[in-house]
Design a binder for this molecule. Structure first.
Ligand code: ZN
Length: 429
């Protein structure tokens, strides 16, 4: 028997008032908070002060949200350079370092500071809203040292009344025995490892077997393809995603609708043109740019995550009024703009996905004829597959669906060794 029904896990909010707040009221509050945290950062974080000066911004002139949204985006991929120039935090820390609670080591090398404020990473609401409940016994399979994921999700579990079993990564056999021995109801980690654990559970002689006690899983840091979610659901398990980063904590989370991720109320989130930093309307794909509204320790203002997504404006059947992110669609630094539309390698793969039996390799070549961008789709067919006109038409149609652009399919014998998914041959002289 499950400990809790799906209905019990799917109902209720972590913070009813904040999550169901009228949209206009939330926007007004967030805009005020964004300006306030900007002034705090400009006044207390020497690194941010330098960044503004270098980009010609006079902080005193930023007094309304329009000016705020024109502030230069602080790109995450430039942080290693800033941190190296002024170690250890690039001057972005806005409190004395001895006031910190922890310091994590992220690749880069970047040090991520954690302040002493309660629920510093804003992860309690992510856990509760995906369906974790007090009393859940939760195996946290994220690493507990150097990088933050293990400890910060552990603290969030404890914050909402769950019991954690800090297992960290690896040791599949011990983890499976633990799952059985403690009747573990919750899993936190990457989706692929969750599947490995379940497969191990099913192996004869694993020491486990019987009904799987797991009821709820929060997965992050890896893609969750619909097929994998369906396979995990088949074990009677709810599997939901969250968008969590080492520098921002909980950015967005899935609700029972499982259709996009609600943006955390603690953040002012814009989706912007990755090249100009200009905010884009809902539905457009762009870079996720985040301002941490309540973080006075390490305030990040218009922080360009490098992740691509789009905002959805529609109201959600779950009753939460925050906007939703339509999943993470790739990295901004891999994106190309063709005829004014962003094209990402993943869209090319998506187009080829319908033709797994026919297509061996695919890439997109962007050229320019006069002032017009031209997209050629080079396709290597699998041995024995004929270069038929119908296949060409079918591929072109899928390319158009995936990218909203016309591409001419050209069958080729091979692609150059190590070629990129999108080859941009345009020159801009
Ligand atoms: Zn929802």
């Amino acid at each position: 028997m499950p400990r809790l029904s799906k209905q019990e896990r799917n109902s209720g909010c972590y913070d009813e008032r904040a999550e169901r707040m009228d949209r206009a009221e939330r926007t007004a509050l967030q805009e005020q908070a964004a300006l306030r945290i900007f002034r705090h950062a400009a006044g207390h974080a020497p690194g941010y002060k330098r960044f503004l000066a270098a980009t010609g911004v006079v902080p005193e002139t930023v007094t309304e949200i329009g000016a705020f949204s024109r502030l230069p985006v602080l790109k995450k991929n430039r942080m290693p350079e800033f941190h190296e120039a002024d170690p250890p935090f690039g001057g972005f820390l806005a409190v004395p370092a001895h006031q910190l609670k922890r310091i994590y080591v992220s690749p880069g090398p970047i040090y991520d500071p954690e302040g002493r404020q309660e629920d510093y990473w804003g992860l309690r609401k992510c856990l509760y809203n995906v369906g974790f409940r007090p009393g859940d016994v939760v195996m946290n399979t994220f690493s507990y040292h150097l990088t933050p994921a293990g400890i910060f999700l552990d603290e969030a579990c404890n914050g909402i009344g769950c019991v954690t079993v800090p297992t960290g990564v690896g040791n599949t056999e011990i983890q499976v025995k633990t799952m059985a021995g403690l009747r573990v109801s919750g899993y936190i980690g990457v989706p692929s490892f969750l599947m490995s654990l379940i497969k191990k559970w099913e192996e004869p002689g694993s020491g486990a077997g019987g009904d799987l006690p797991l009821e709820i899983a929060l997965v992050a840091a890896e893609m969750l393809p619909p097929s994998l979610r369906a396979a995990l659901n088949a074990y009677g398990l709810i599997v939901r995603q969250a968008y969590i980063t080492a520098d921002l904590g909980g950015v967005a989370y899935e609700c029972p609708a499982e259709d996009g991720m609600h943006v955390s109320d603690d953040l002012y989130l814009e989706v912007c043109d990755p090249l100009t930093g200009e905010p884009l309307p809902a539905g457009s794909i762009g870079e996720v740019v985040v301002t941490t509204l309540g973080n006075e320790t390490y305030p990040l203002i218009r922080y360009g995550t490098g992740d691509l997504s789009a905002l959805a404006e529609e109201t959600c059947p779950c009753g939460r009024t925050s906007r939703k992110l339509r999943g993470i669609m790739g990295r901004a630094d891999e994106v190309t703009k063709v005829k004014g539309m962003f094209v990402h390698p993943r869209q090319v793969d998506e187009a080829a996905g319908r033709f797994v039996d026919e297509v061996e390799k695919i890439r997109l070549v962007v050229t320019r004829e006069g002032v017009t961008d031209v997209m050629t789709v080079e396709v290597v067919l699998k041995p024995g597959v004929a270069a038929a006109e119908s296949l060409k038409c079918g591929l072109e149609e899928r390319i158009r669906e995936a990218t909203k652009l016309r591409g001419n399919v050209k069958f080729v014998a091979a692609l150059p060794e190590g070629s990129k998914k999108i080859e941009d041959r345009r020159t801009w002289k």
